[in-house]
Design a protein. Structure first.
Length: 153
């Protein structure tokens, strides 16, 4: 869905960049990731492993090196499900279908459902919000209850 301000090709380009960024991230290529995605100063993250909402994106060498050490290789694609636009905002929802070596665990499925909110700033699209969760595969209500109670970790 598009309006007079955002064109279909811009949404397609955002989805392509998200897909390429997911590949860079799972491979620990933080420089490549940062070349593809620019985070707004007011960026928020709802991380896939839960916890408090994070504010801001840590661009420090230390944080980027820690991410590069955590994510050691794999591959990914972003399957866009829906896009919504209004004025200078674009929302993409879909699944990052990915596998890789991460968190010291062997290569495995790390697919995530994601919602991404971008805000146009001049010619540039800034990522202002990311919500990701690992709930790509359905779970039983009992499992969901265990996660909701905080007993899964």
């Amino acid at each position: 869905m598009t309006d007079d301000h955002v064109h279909d090709d811009e949404v397609a380009d955002l989805a392509r960049r998200v897909s390429q960024a997911a590949v860079a991230f799972i491979r620990g290529d933080m420089a490549g990731y940062m070349d593809l995605i620019t985070h707004a100063e007011d960026y928020t993250l709802m991380a896939p492993y839960g916890g408090d909402i994070r504010r801001g994106f840590d661009r420090s060498e230390k944080a980027l090196a820690a991410n590069a050490e955590t994510f050691r290789g794999g591959d990914a694609t972003f399957d866009l499900d829906e896009s919504y636009v209004s004025g200078d905002l674009a929302v993409l929802t879909g699944v990052e279908r990915q596998h890789g070596v991460a968190f010291g665990l062997p290569d495995q499925d790390w697919s995530l459902r994601v919602t991404l909110v971008f805000r146009r700033d001049g010619e540039q699209w800034l990522l202002v919000h990311r919500h990701a969760d690992p709930l790509v595969h359905p779970m039983r209500p009992e499992t969901m209850a265990t996660v909701a109670r905080g007993e899964a970790g």
